[in-house]
Design a binder for this molecule. Structure first.
Ligand code: XMP
Length: 326
């Protein structure tokens, strides 16, 4: 069986030269592994899957079949960016699946966090499997497994993806990043020409905005989360916080409160802002965002996002709050 231990003499990839050498080595290894066969990849647009995609496009071009599933729970502009970067700029063989209605219909009325996660995970596998069956001659499945995935909990991504596929769809794995740490993946991504926005992206949960639209997801509140998140990200970028704060996002609970706008009573949702710093996500501290910036973000969100009449800032460290609200 192939080793899952990082070679002891492997240098830490921390500059463009080492990244180029790694890329050349992996391109040769992937070509040797897959020859002229086709490889399938679930391309979410996250750092790991994006770097795998760019690497495999370099190695095997159109024999890499990328599937991007838009489950409706991605951040504003993300599906468009995946299409722009991979299809338009890198000329990838990319299948874009608009599964928004499918996911939101399945999630309608489901308020329990664990159930929501399960539905999102199971539906994702179903959509991916359907796309896989439409393809002829696929023998390999590429995955963005990185070394911490192996170290922390065994091959988590392998379980998630391969274990979730039916027996007749078990492919041989291609995992070119499996010995890399996250910072090395970013250096390799830069060397492959991926945009900074993709390479330095903050962590984003698999179930996406689904864990930030609390209770039963509705399209209306999902838009509140997506639009307020876009404003928060824009303001953090403008004010030099984007590269500094580890993770920041907005949450919309499933209750409304009374407010007033243009002399009229409103009954609308609050938006909760969260901005935290951490090393390993096991504990986290709250970012001391300048009060004037919080006020400005509040003004923008309450003005620009329909259905919102209050903005709150979450001051809770982890513990005792988790980073996400669920
Ligand atoms: P918590 O909320 O447990 O989150 O303090 C710790 C980190 O994990 C991320 N997170 C997830 N990532 N799938 C993921 O890929 C998930 O279901 C998930 N839930 C939480 C969270 O964003 C934070 O960075």
């Amino acid at each position: 069986m192939e080793s899952n231990k990082r070679p002891e003499n492997m240098a830490r990839i921390n500059n463009a030269e080492l990244a180029d050498a790694f890329i050349a080595e992996q391109v040769a290894a992937v070509r040797a592994q897959v020859d002229d066969k086709k490889v399938l990849l679930a391309l979410s647009g996250g750092v790991d899957s994006s770097v795998v995609a760019a690497l495999l496009i370099k190695a095997i071009g159109k024999n890499l079949v990328c599937v991007h599933v838009n489950h409706g729970l991605l951040r504003k502009g993300e599906p468009e960016q995946v299409v722009e970067v991979f299809k338009n700029r890198m000329n990838a063989n990319l299948i874009y699946v608009d599964a928004v209605d499918r996911f939101l219909d399945k999630l309608a009325g489901v308020a329990e966090p664990e159930k929501k996660r399960k539905i999102i995970g199971a539906e994702f596998i179903r959509v991916f499997e359907e796309e896989a069956r439409k393809q002829d001659g696929i023998e390999f499945l590429a995955q963005g497994t990185i070394y911490p995935d192996i170290l922390e909990s065994g091959p988590v991504k392998a379980h998630h993806n391969v274990g979730g596929l039916p027996d007749d769809l078990r492919f041989e794995l291609v995992e070119p990043l499996k010995f890399l740490f996250k910072d090395e993946v970013r250096v390799v991504g830069k060397a492959l020409g991926l945009p900074d926005e993709m390479v330095y992206r903050q962590p984003f949960p698999g179930p996406g905005l689904g864990v930030r639209c609390l209770g039963a997801i509705t399209r209306e509140r999902l838009e509140c989360v997506r639009e307020s998140d876009a404003i928060l990200r824009e303001e953090f970028a403008k004010n030099g916080l984007a590269g500094k704060v580890w993770q920041y996002f907005t949450v919309v609970p499933d209750f409304r409160s009374v407010g007033v706008k243009d002399g009229l009573r409103t009954f609308a949702y609050p938006v909760i802002l969260r901005a935290v710093n951490t090393v390993d996500a096991m504990t986290a501290t709250v970012e001391d965002v300048p009060f004037a910036l919080l006020q400005h973000i509040t003004e923008r969100i309450t003005k620009e996002v329909p259905g919102v009449n209050r903005v709150l800032y979450d001051l809770t460290p982890k513990p005792c709050g988790t980073i996400e609200w669920e």
